[in-house]
Design a protein around this ligand. Sequence first.
Ligand SMILES: *[C@@H]1O[C@H](CO)[C@@H](O)[C@H](O)[C@H]1NC(C)=O
Ligand SMILES: *[C@@H]1O[C@H](CO)[C@@H](O)[C@H](O)[C@H]1NC(C)=O
Ligand SMILES: *[C@@H]1O[C@H](CO)[C@@H](O)[C@H](O)[C@H]1NC(C)=O
Ligand SMILES: *[C@@H]1O[C@H](CO)[C@@H](O)[C@H](O)[C@H]1NC(C)=O
Ligand SMILES: *[C@@H]1O[C@H](CO)[C@@H](O)[C@H](O)[C@H]1NC(C)=O
Ligand SMILES: *[C@@H]1O[C@H](CO)[C@@H](O)[C@H](O)[C@H]1NC(C)=O
Length: 390
Amino acid sequence: MLRLLIILLISVAFGDVNSELIRIPLTKFKTVRQSFIEVGTNTNIINTKYGPCPGNPVPEVLFNYMDAQYYGPISIGYPPQTFRVIFDTGSANLWVPSATCPYSNVACQLHNKYDNKKSVSYKPNGTAISIGYATGSMKGFLSTDTMSIAGLNIADQTFAEAVTEPGATFAAAKFDGIMGMGFNRISILNVETVFDNMLKQKLVEPKFSFFLNRDANDQYGGEMLLGGSDPAYYTGNFTYLNISRPAYWQFKMDYMEVGGAKFCNGGCQAICDSGTSLIGVPTALLGPIQKAIGAKKEGGLYQVPCNETSTLPNLNFSLGDKLFILEPRDYIVNLTNSVTKKVRCISGITGIDVPWPRGPFWILGDIFMGRFYTEFDKGNNRIGFADVKR
Ligand SMILES: *[C@@H]1O[C@H](CO)[C@@H](O)[C@H](O)[C@H]1NC(C)=O
Ligand SMILES: *[C@@H]1O[C@H](CO)[C@@H](O)[C@H](O)[C@H]1NC(C)=O
Ligand SMILES: *[C@@H]1O[C@H](CO)[C@@H](O)[C@H](O)[C@H]1NC(C)=O
Ligand SMILES: *[C@@H]1O[C@H](CO)[C@@H](O)[C@H](O)[C@H]1NC(C)=O
Ligand SMILES: *[C@@H]1O[C@H](CO)[C@@H](O)[C@H](O)[C@H]1NC(C)=O
Ligand SMILES: *[C@@H]1O[C@H](CO)[C@@H](O)[C@H](O)[C@H]1NC(C)=O
């Protein structure tokens, strides 16, 4: 058994091309991060349904840590050095800890580190890069090497070697680094994204899809399918929404209704972000939405009495003239304190303000993606949602 901290990730990248990216870990959830949780170690289950034929979709199996961090393996260099990364549709850069990080960097020391001296395919770049987060900055430098994901080899991928990690909270993270799946427009220093590089090398079709398993006790955490979508995980048809601005995976939302109260009335912008654990709403709406849900603030968290979970209202999201309904079991997160064994039932809605000109927008994170299988269709500049089979 491992004793680990929970980190609920909020990974919205603010900032234009060539300006600093600000990703906001969920500081409001300090009490959550401070509560120790015991979990077992997952073992990888390989999905071999798709063959290695060129152009076929390839599945990347994900781990699910406490429904809050979904990550999977990649490798960089030759011979391959492996890392666990979050596949984050809310940012566009790839970074992993660097073997050159100082001993004082605890987060780096506790994770897998890339050592360019041990890779024969390494190509130096050296340009300094900095990605800002609310807890601190990731600082490092660019390098280029071959990388591999889901059995595909990608030549000449430029990425950041992190020398300084974004704050002590990353020490407890189950993942080593982050691989951005957003558009190149939000890539710091305009580094070509991994997915664009894969498309340039004609490795897959221009789309990818996520299945996030919301059963944290299941060893199978989910799947990111590169090059297609997997009917094994969804029922019915996709509802597609055009991307309104190809930077984040951004689209128009018509409204969200809960307990008879309507929010985002008349329409607003939303993004789909696999790197954010919860659903982010503009902070001005947080109080009224929690009130409509029936959640009360206690110890910095909006909570509901656990025995009343099933009586709470649904969240009805209207997207592309279709209702996407989250039931209480979808949006209430149970957190167990391993010391006291006390279970708290927290509302999976949090307040995040993304300032103009990036925002404002709502952030549909893992809670939403866990209920709706999501296809990120770059070729057609659209995003599709379908019911997860369950
Ligand atoms: C380093 O990478 C950046 C981003 O891909 C590129 O613009 C720059 O030319 C590279 N510099 C060197 C010295 O290779
Ligand atoms: C999905 O779309 C197909 C073709 O448009 C249609 O025939 C079918 O009824 C749709 N299925 C559902 C569940 O809506
Ligand atoms: C989405 O974009 C496509 C292609 O540009 C266009 O034909 C279609 O009308 C758009 N749909 C909506 C709802 O705007
Ligand atoms: C949500 O949608 C369902 C199904 O259409 C409907 O029965 C329910 O009244 C809606 N709830 C709210 C709060 O709008
Ligand atoms: C969360 O707790 C509630 C109330 O104790 C329970 O009904 C529900 O099944 C739990 N959900 C999960 C995913 O464990
Ligand atoms: C939940 O528990 C509280 C306190 O134990 C009790 O007052 C309340 O009636 C219970 N609610 C339901 C729906 O059982």
